[in-house]
Design a protein around this ligand. Sequence first.
Ligand code: ZN
Length: 88
Amino acid sequence: MYEITRDEGQQNYKKESMVQYERQLEELRKEKQDYVQKIDLLQHSIRVLEEKKSEFCYSTGGHTWVHDREYGLYGETFTYCEMCKKEG
Ligand SMILES: [Zn+2]
């Protein structure tokens, strides 16, 4: 009869635990991947809508450009449309 020594028992326990850890990690990584894909999709939708908004602003009388200076000692000037916030 084959007897499992204490060391072997511990090794098996460890191996099984590792498999379970790996399974849980795999689940979390998969879930994370799903969110990353959703964020990509949202980012794309946001960009498309921003573009549409800007196009709409342009085709309904044009942008209303405003020049402003950023806060801070070395604030640089920047230009944006007062209506649609598009940066110029
Ligand atoms: Zn505009």
